[in-house]
Design a protein around this ligand. Structure first.
Ligand SMILES: Cc1cc2nc3c(=O)[nH]c(=O)nc-3n(C[C@H](O)[C@H](O)[C@H](O)COP(=O)(O)OP(=O)(O)OC[C@H]3O[C@@H](n4cnc5c(N)ncnc54)[C@H](O)[C@@H]3O)c2cc1C
Length: 401
């Protein structure tokens, strides 16, 4: 017989969305368990460098932010979810600050960059380790509270239980059952596994394998746009140690442009992600790309156009990585090619992050609708915070009812 324990709220996954849900549920007074496949630190969220969007600019508003999301998604996003995302973005930023995240500031306000597909400067950053800063703050808050941590618990199934739901986990040496009044699924996307199966490079953490989506579908949940996977336009292509590295899109926000073999700009470097990736594929297809020293297709990202001050404030980690590999991006353009990056679609949710299964919530990359079939950069960390917080609160509320 598997051993079992019982909680008000069970959160599965310890990326930004799961941590936000666990913190919010705990603060709402629930007895929370946070289960995750390996360590609490292992996730995609901590790898996110670029930043997080929120309309703070004097010329910006949640409505303009929402218009940018809808346009970038080619009008496929769920406008109810988009309204929640963009209108709660400023308060989500303040919530993260209250938890200890220190966003980079300039001239008395936030340092805001314009990212691909955006009509305004809206991207907040913590240097170029934004995801690391957010997950660290959330994790430390959760660890300081009374919630239970269940590392090395890989979810195997979810089914209706006596008082809500029963989840079965594989641990290092046993099968464990956890009963909970409500469950928050926050186990991320599947691009690591998908890239491995296609023989391609991916930016993702090895835990991004997508089995929790399958588990939810088997339990009867509905999903949308699961076929819509996103390429990051700027995967590192050379040197070999940088292959699969996601060159922050803030390089382009701060002036870097894409060039073909003839040194010509062939696309709007601040276009929507899918458009920029497709333009690179097309340029290479036309024979106007370049080849890396190990024969991979690529184009140039001319990073020499970035001002030294911008690079030092907003791209220090990227500079360190490249310089450590013997290339200075401020001296020479770098090789780039799109890499598999993000699962746009996922489980269908409502404004409170509840799936089509009562008492089962979903947030972060595992959920669909907020970005439609094409996500803008900087809106995933935002989605994790906004809908993670909503999921945690709603799951705690459900557990009380
Ligand atoms: C390199 C990189 C750079 C990025 N840059 C940005 C950026 O600048 N801005 C932005 O907004 N977004 C960015 N993104 C996207 C964004 O970071 C992610 O989409 C988002 O953080 C996903 O968060 P999550 O909580 O949904 O999932 P994750 O952070 O992937 O966490 C999923 C968690 O679930 C666990 N898990 C998986 N399977 C199971 C299982 N069977 N049982 C139990 N636990 C399980 C994992 O171990 C992990 O802890 C970037 C992504 C990458 C990879």
């Amino acid at each position: 017989m598997p051993s079992s324990a019982s909680f008000d709220v069970l959160v599965v996954g310890s990326g930004a969305s799961g941590l936000a849900a666990a913190v919010a549920a705990e603060r709402a007074g629930a007895r929370v368990a946070l289960a995750t496949k390996t360590t609490l630190q292992a996730c995609n969220s901590a790898k996110a460098q670029g930043g997080i969007q929120a309309a703070f600019g004097a010329d910006d508003s949640p409505e303009i932010h929402a218009e940018d999301v809808m346009r970038s998604s080619h009008e496929t996003a769920d406008s109810r979810l988009v309204t929640v995302l963009t209108s709660e973005a400023p308060s989500a930023i303040h919530w993260l600050e209250e938890l200890g995240v220190e966003f980079t500031r300039q001239n008395g306000g936030y340092r805001l960059a314009r990212c691909g597909g955006a009509t305004r400067h809206r991207l907040l950053q913590v240097g170029d380790r934004t995801g690391h800063a957010i997950t660290k703050a959330l994790r430390e808050d959760y660890e300081a509270g009374g919630g239970t941590e269940l590392p090395h618990h890989a979810l195997e199934s979810v089914e209706p239980g006596e008082n809500g739901w029963r989840a079965t986990f594989q641990t290092k040496d046993a099968i464990v059952e956890v009963e909970a009044r409500s469950v928050v699924l926050a186990a991320g996307g599947r691009c690591y596994l998908e890239a491995e199966q296609r023989g391609e490079l991916s930016t993702n953490h090895p835990n991004a394998t997508g089995e929790v989506t399958r588990i939810a579908l088997e339990a009867g949940a509905e999903a949308r746009d699961l076929d819509a996977l996103q390429y990051h336009p700027n995967g590192g292509a050379w040197p070999s140690t940088m292959q699969g590295y996601s060159i922050p899109e803030t390089t382009r926000a701060y002036g870097a442009v894409l060039l073909n073999a003839d040194g010509e700009e062939f696309t709007d470097s601040l276009g929507a992600r899918d458009a920029v990736s497709q333009a690179i594929f097309d340029e290479v297809e036309k024979g106007k790309g370049v080849s890396t020293p190990d024969g991979r297709p690529a184009v140039w990202l001319d990073t020499t156009r970035i001002a030294l001050e911008d690079a030092e404030i907003s791209l220090p980690y990227m500079l360190r990585r490249y310089r450590g590999a013997g290339i200075d991006p401020l001296e020479t353009p770098i090789y780039t090619y799109p890499v598999l990056h993000y699962q746009n679609g996922g489980l269908v949710i409502d404004e409170h992050a509840e799936t089509t299964l009562e008492g089962v919530f979903a947030c972060g990359e595992i959920a669909g609708g907020t970005h439609g079939r094409n996500r803008m950069m900087g809106n995933s960390l935002l989605e994790c915070t906004v809908f993670g917080r909503r999921a945690g609160r709603a799951a705690a509320e459900r557990a009380r009812s």
